[in-house]
Each structure stands twice: as structure tokens, then as C-alpha cells.
Ligand binder design. Structure first.
Ligand SMILES: [Zn+2]
Length: 412
């Protein structure tokens, strides 16, 4: 009788104690890809405590703290949480929760109304970094056409500098500017861009420029911006495209020879030399027509052309960060778009390890968070995913989620 009573107490203690006594978390026997692009650890251990990574090592090369919860993830792959470096209007906790459940542990919002900036505080969802509204000229894009209340308008270099100061004081993690040449609509000029970059860099903040047309790339690069958003396209006149396609055995080569203006070929090396990153957002751009059975022949060639620009930039040594250009009006996209983008980055010639880096380390850098996020290294924030399969043989395995960890806590 006493024996049974003691046994019951023991069982109860065993049941209660682990939860109360857990001190940290260790994932053991997983394949570790740490996001640095370095060697894979085939049988590794990662230890997390108080929201930070404390150790990443081979099995048996690290002492697991006695109080830590230990989870065996044999046969699975441990990676840094995925970071989507270009999204919009993600202040909503529900939207960011959707991202987190898909393994996207952080997003960088590159355009949301001024009033929503305070709402980006920590939430149960993905971490939300933000630019707030987009710096542009009075009456300029994007609001001139989209009317999305995204403009932060500045008329002079002085106003531009003061605007950066204001946005940073309101909590901006990065500065976003809009450089879109459009007939009859004014655009920021070189002096304004330089003033924005000077003020932002003085505060350790990156400047990210929307540049979808090649004719504005020069202003961005001369102005000193850090990241180009989208793939700046050369002028593609319909007649030229048809000419390129008509009876050509290799429409893509002809397309480049005919329509890629000579400056473009100089621009890519200049971007690389200036260490300017590219966030191509292929899923929302012309890249989306790649492998789309419903696309017309012209659309497919344009998609190939855009992927080719990304490929050439990459071959030259340019750094690419993953970003989807997500908008909340696209239902369900929060959990899926990054997987499409990953496929398109692969189609643009990135090796699987490079795709992983673009989703982790490089995306963290583009969000201004390279010191805290993006790799599995001691002292970094413990945002980690565990997936089935090996993303080095097939990057789409990044979608086979087994576990999502944010701040060292299992959330999924
Ligand atoms: Zn965007």
C-alpha cells in the first residue's frame, strides 16, 4: 500500500517536474546548416537558453546543461528561421502568426502607413521589422497611383534628412525610398537621395530602394543606397520583343542583345563593386511567368530575361536576399510565397546552399539585423527551424516543417 502510494507520488513528480525544471532547450542528432554557408554538421547539437543560442557543435563536443529539455531530431535538418526581407502591411499579429507557422520567423515590412508603426511591437508571430512609410517626393509614387497612404513626402535635401530622423525616432529599422520614373510624376532627385543615405548611415540604418526600371538605377547607386528592391528592367518595347522572338532559335540571347541597353551591362558590376544587395522579389514580378503553363511565349521570355539578370548579378558575386513582396490582400500567401521565391532563386542559378543563405544570413543583413539573426551561432537570437529532408539536395524541403522555434521556445 505504502509502496503504491510512493509510486503514485513519484509518477506525479515525474509528470510535474520536467515542465517546472526545464532550463533551456537542446536539439540533438540533427543535420545542422548554420546559414553561414560553411560546413554542414552531419550529427549536431544546438543549445538554446533565455532566448539565445548558447552552443552549436558536433554531437559529444558540447555539454548539454543538466536542466535543458532535450529533443532528438535524428534524420532532420536544423536551420536558422527563414527571414522574408520584403513584405508589406504586416503589423497584424494574425498575419505574422501565419508567417511564423510557415517557418518564417522574421519579416521586414517595406511599406506600411505611418499610423501602423507602433503596432510592430513583439507579437506571438514572426518578428516584425519595418520601414514604415516610403520616402518619396510631394505627389510622388507610390500614392500617386496606388493611393495606399504609404507616401512620406520630402521636397528638399534638408527635409529628406529630417524625414529620416523622424522615421527612425518613430521606430524605423530601415529606410525605404521609391525610385520609379513615370511620365508626369516627380521622383526623388540625386541630392535628396544622398541626403537620405547620409542621415540614415549616420544612424547605422540601411536605405532600401524600390527600383523596377533600369533608368532609375543610376540615381540609386550614385546616391549610395544599400539594397535594390525588385529587378530593374531595361525598356522593353513590344515591337522589339516581337522582333526578337520572330523566327529566332534563341529568343533569350536575342532579347539581351537587342534590348539590354549597354549601360545595363556596366550597372551589374557597379552594384557588385559597391556591395549593393539585390532583393529580386521574383514571385511578384515577371519572374512569376517562369514555368507557368498559362503564360504566353512573350511572358515566358520576359521571365527568362529577368531570371537571367539575377543570374548574371549572382555570377559576378552579387549578394541576393530573399523577399516576396507579400501583401495581405493575397490570402494564404503568408505561408507559401517564400517557397515559390525559393524555387525561382534556384531557377536563377543559385546553388541550394546559396538559396539557404539568401533566406537566412543575407535576408537578416538586408533587414539590418545581421548581428542578431540569420545564422546559428552562439549569442544570436534563438530563431530556429527543423525540417524533414535535406534542403541541400532540394531547397523546397525548407517547406517540410517539423518544428519552429522563436526566442528559444518551441512554437509549432
Ligand atoms: Zn514591395
Amino acid at each position: 500500500m505504502v509502496h503504491r502510494f510512493l509510486k503514485t507520488i513519484l509518477v506525479l513528480l515525474c509528470f510535474v517536474q520536467p515542465v517546472a525544471a526545464m532550463d533551456g532547450l537542446a536539439l540533438v542528432h540533427g543535420r545542422i546548416i548554420d546559414g553561414t554557408g560553411g560546413k554542414v554538421i552531419p550529427d549536431g547539437v544546438i543549445v538554446m537558453k533565455a532566448g539565445r543560442i548558447t552552443a552549436v557543435a558536433r554531437w559529444n563536443e558540447v555539454d548539454i546543461p543538466p536542466g535543458a529539455e532535450v529533443i532528438d531530431v535524428k534524420g532532420k535538418t536544423i536551420l536558422p528561421g527563414i527571414i522574408d526581407s520584403h513584405v508589406h502591411s504586416t503589423a497584424s499579429p494574425a498575419v505574422r502568426l501565419e508567417f511564423l507557422r510557415a517557418g518564417v520567423t522574421a519579416v521586414c515590412d517595406l511599406g506600411s502607413p505611418l499610423g501602423s508603426m507602433p503596432d510592430f511591437l513583439e507579437s506571438p508571430g514572426a518578428r516584425g521589422f519595418k520601414a514604415g512609410p516610403i520616402m518619396t517626393t510631394p505627389g510622388g509614387l507610390p500614392d500617386a497611383i496606388l493611393q495606399t497612404e504609404l507616401n512620406y513626402e520630402v521636397a528638399t535635401p534638408e527635409e529628406a534628412g529630417a524625414g529620416v530622423k523622424d522615421l527612425v525616432n518613430r521606430g524605423a529599422d530601415v529606410i525605404k525610398i521609391y525610385l520609379e520614373p513615370w511620365d508626369g510624376i516627380a521622383m526623388l532627385d540625386l541630392e535628396q537621395v544622398k541626403a537620405i543615405v547620409k542621415e540614415a548611415h549616420g544612424r547605422g540604418i540601411l536605405v532600401r530602394a524600390h527600383v523596377s526600371k533600369l533608368s532609375a538605377l543610376n540615381v540609386a547607386l550614385e546616391g549610395g543606397v544599400d539594397v535594390i528592391e525588385h529587378v530593374p528592367k531595361p525598356p522593353l518595347r513590344g515591337s522589339v520583343l516581337e522582333e526578337a522572338l520572330a523566327g529566332s532559335p534563341d529568343p533569350l540571347d536575342d532579347l539581351f542583345d537587342l534590348v539590354v541597353v549597354p549601360e545595363y551591362k556596366a550597372m551589374l558590376p557597379l552594384m557588385v563593386e559597391k556591395k549593393v544587395m539585390l532583393v529580386p522579389t521574383l514571385t511578384r514580378g515577371l519572374g512569376r511567368f517562369h514555368n507557368d503553363p498559362k503564360a504566353t511565349e512573350a511572358q515566358r521570355v520576359l521571365a527568362k530575361g529577368v531570371l537571367e539578370i539575377v543570374r548574371r548579378f549572382h555570377v559576378l558575386g552579387g549578394v541576393i536576399a530573399m523577399g516576396t513582396d507579400y501583401y495581405p490582400e493575397m490570402p494564404g500567401a503568408a505561408g507559401k510565397m517564400h517557397l515559390k521565391e525559393i524555387k525561382l532563386l534556384e531557377a536563377a542559378g543559385l546553388e541550394p546552399m546559396e538559396v539557404i543563405e539568401s533566406c537566412t544570413r543575407h535576408a537578416a543583413t538586408a533587414c539590418g539585423q545581421g548581428r542578431e539573426l540569420g545564422t546559428l551561432e552562439p549569442d544570436k537570437l534563438a530563431d530556429v527551424i527543423v525540417v524533414d529532408g535535406d534542403p541541400l539536395t532540394d531547397p523546397s524541403a525548407l517547406g517540410n516543417l517539423f518544428m519552429v522555434i522563436k526566442d528559444g521556445e518551441v512554437v509549432q
